[in-house]
Design a protein around this ligand. Structure first.
Ligand code: GLC
Length: 641
């Protein structure tokens, strides 16, 4: 966790009623904005007005909208879905920047005009659901029905979890906008009282799956505004598309009458320990946007100019040219869920899996027009190269490890087998005995002359969900988890990484970090929030029983232990040394897992299927030299392991 620092930086503070002079605190001589963002910021004063400024800030002042069952929600969502005209008609889009706002007078002039052409790709789930339901109904066995009925009875743990989740909601200008990271009354909050973008994912999904969409829409639109904010670290401004790691709602007193105004105060990493940029935030934002659009049928959000611009800004950052030789995204250590030094600098799997997922989402959501054509081309090329690279070079199974074991080194040529010059001595002792006969996984990181063979759960699970993994690899990952249940699930699902690094390696890799000691926290600790991603992957691969088994292991214990952030020891027996209690993403991860199992067809708001067209691009150019005719099946046979 990153403690909030007290440095006098030019903090990006956004008042909800009008722009306040946070920039007056301290300003570096040169800061700049890109035109689109400048336009959005210029429009902001009109749009961020609080309906009624309040004197006191209460965490959640008004009741949540009435809850409906998922089925009722899906029925209700048919209405916007049927309104085809709203989607397919060519018409100018709203230029608004505020969550509830319509168009701003004269606002169009400030933005490039975008016309809706291709949004039908984000097919509201409702339609897909109706199609699938017919088939599913035929297939459903009596046993499955009984299981689902049982799942629908809310357990005591679930009831408690819902109360905790609602209590964690943060509001801004009277509307719910996110959930705090933790609500542990026994310890100083540090920045756990903030809304973290990545932590909000399972909360958002729990709300969405329950039919409560308002909080998610607000979250998406307010964080979007934070993206365009001016931020500096020691007089340096990071890229415009960067999304904050977290934000908080603060009260700002102004004027002589003591009026208190709420402001959104983001942290882009300028206060974080190590000052690391949260690369995953923007990727999560894109993934959540698609899920929201699919489940709510609210395509209007995707049509907005500010939303389209937001997606483009994130992608521009990710796709900009650099010195890199690989299609994977180059990042510093700690740029994702593991937000401290843990040897995951370079091309860590977690970022690559989220990157791939976000690219697939963007490809569906970007409006096709002259202004986006080249970006869409770049997305397709990158998807193709990225999946090829990860599938080929990150995959480890018995056969591959044996190949590496026999690698020749120092091969200078384009035909080298050992492309990254990996010395076989790097194969760690633990792997030799651990790698199962059946199944495999994606390694944690790949660099010149370096393979990090640790197993990282999030990256592997997202590789399944997003179809970065081939179907066979995805099966293999679940086979491995099943085979290594004691190591990866043990008494609390799920290990964030396996195995822990110890002794000298720990000293060098973590910089002797006392929080990341062996089998604790990010270094081999167990994180119950990962349950929802595991459930998602299991549902996608048609193996929900594995998820049920993991949830059964966690359910009673989580409630009894007061929903800790993480667990320690090789099997996850102890509550983590410095673990918070009442950690929101633990609570929400559990609820989301339950809801996904109840409504497995809704998993598709987050998942993707294999797209052979995408594979053609890279595979065909690789086999161009041979006489093989380039076709989808050639691509398939080349890329599938
Ligand atoms: C820790 C986790 C990070 C999470 C944050 C808030 O720093 O490593 O992933 O976002 O806590 O819960």
């Amino acid at each position: 966790m990153n403690a909030t620092g007290s440095m006098g930086l030019a903090v990006a503070v956004r008042p909800c009623c009008r722009l306040l002079a946070a920039q007056l605190l301290f300003k570096c001589p040169r800061t700049h904005r890109r035109p689109a963002a400048a336009a959005a910021a210029a429009a902001a004063p009109f749009l961020l007005r609080c309906p009624r400024p309040r004197r006191n800030f209460s965490r959640y002042p008004r009741p949540l909208p009435q809850r409906r069952s998922a089925a009722a929600w899906v029925r209700a969502a048919v209405a916007p879905a049927r309104n085809e005209a709203a989607v397919s008609h060519v018409r100018p889009l709203s230029t608004s920047a505020g969550p509830g706002a319509g168009s701003v007078p004269g606002g169009d002039k400030a933005f490039e005009r975008i016309f809706v052409q291709g949004l039908n790709a984000v097919k509201p789930l409702v339609i897909e659901r109706v199609e699938r339901e017919e088939k599913a109904e035929e297939d459903e066995t009596e046993k499955e029905r009984a299981e689902v009925a049982k799942e629908k009875e809310a357990s005591e743990s679930e009831k408690e979890a819902w109360l905790l989740l609602k209590n964690a909601v943060v509001s801004y200008c009277g509307s719910p906008v996110g959930t705090v990271a933790a609500n542990d009354p026994m310890v100083e909050p540090l920045n756990y009282d903030q809304v973290f973008i990545r932590d909000f994912m399972p909360s958002a999904l729990a709300f969405l799956l329950k039919g409560e969409t308002e909080i998610v829409r607000n979250f998406l639109l307010y964080t979007l505004q934070l993206q365009s904010w001016e931020k500096t670290v020691d007089c340096y401004s990071p890229g415009q598309g960067l999304m904050p790691a977290s934000f908080k709602v603060t009260n700002l007193a102004h004027g002589s009458n003591g009026e208190v105004e709420e402001v959104l105060d983001p942290d882009f990493g300028e206060s974080a320990i190590g000052r690391v940029a949260p690369v995953d935030s923007g990727l999560w934002w894109i993934i959540l946007l698609r899920a929201y659009g699919k489940i709510s049928g609210d395509n209007s959000i995707l049509e907005r100019v500010d939303v389209q611009t937001g997606i483009k800004l994130i992608l521009n950052l990710c796709l900009s040219d650099g010195f890199d030789m690989f299609p994977t995204l180059l990042v510093t250590d700690g740029s994702c869920m593991i937000d401290r030094r843990m040897g995951i600098h370079g091309h860590p799997l977690e970022i690559q899996a989220l990157f791939y997922g976000a690219l697939r989402c963007s490809r569906e959501m970007l409006v096709v027009n002259d202004g986006s054509k080249s970006l869409l081309r770049a997305i397709n090329n990158r998807l193709s190269a990225l999946s090829f690279h990860i599938r080929e070079y990150y995959w480890a199974d018995m056969k591959k490890v044996n190949e590496i074991y026999r690698y020749k080194t120092e091969e200078y040529s384009q035909d080298a087998i050992n492309k990254f010059n990996i010395y076989p001595e790097q194969i760690p002792g633990w792997l030799v005995d651990w790698i199962p006969e059946k199944g495999g996984y994606f390694i944690g990181n790949l660099q010149p002359a370096h393979m990090d063979f640790r197993f990282f759960s999030l990256g592997n699970l997202w590789a399944i969900a997003s179809s970065l993994a081939t179907p066979r690899q995805a099966e293999g990952i679940l086979d491995l988890i099943e085979d290594k249940w004691e190591d990866l699930v043990g008494t609390m699902p799920l290990k964030i990484s396996y195995p822990a690094i110890e002794n000298e390696e720990w000293q060098i890799t973590t910089g002797s970090d006392p929080k990341n000691t062996p089998w604790s926290y990010h270094n081999g600790g167990s994180w119950p929030t990962l349950l929802w991603q595991f459930t998602l992957a299991c549902i996608k691969m048609g193996r929900p029983e594995l998820a049920r088994r993991a949830i059964a292991t966690a359910e009673d214990r989580l409630a009894k232990d007061n929903w800790p952030e993480y667990y320690d020891t090789p099997s996850g027996r102890f509550i983590g040394k410095q673990s918070r209690l009442y950690q929101t993403w633990t609570v929400a991860g559990f609820l989301t897992s339950k809801l996904l199992l109840e409504n497995p067809e809704l998993a598709s708001i987050l998942t993707f299927e294999e797209d052979l067209e995408l594979l053609e691009g890279c595979a065909c150019s690789l086999i161009k030299s041979s006489r093989t005719k380039c076709s989808r099946s050639a691509a398939k046979s080349h890329v599938f392991v």
